[in-house]
Design a protein around this ligand. Structure first.
Ligand SMILES: [Zn+2]
Length: 98
């Protein structure tokens, strides 16, 4: 297939041969439908992205707040119990934990 055939040949949407003067779609109907499909895809993609963003920020918030608070509380308690410094305690009891 030659490169010229690729650009002017058949309708991108339905595959029918293109009438003269038409470049991508055989009819306004196909152009409109293709546009609608693109818009729908874009909207769906945006919604997906937004969902991901919300999920990520929620997870981040949870991790940065609750999990760090919890591990801090545990470490502080352990430090008091053992009398070790933070560095010593973490090296002995918390190393490798996350
Ligand atoms: Zn068409």
């Amino acid at each position: 297939m030659s490169p010229e055939k690729k650009t002017s040949g058949t309708c991108i949407l339905c595959g029918k041969p293109l009438p003269p003067k038409r470049v991508a779609y055989c009819s306004p109907t196909c152009a409109k439908r293709a546009y609608d499909i693109r818009q729908r895809d874009k909207e769906a993609e945006e919604r997906e992205k937004e969902k991901e963003r919300l999920k990520e920020s929620a997870a981040k918030k949870r991790k940065t707040k609750k999990q760090i608070d919890a591990s801090w509380a545990r470490i502080l308690k352990g430090m008091q119990k053992t009398g070790l410094s933070y560095g010593e305690y973490v090296a002995r009891y918390e190393d490798g934990k996350s």
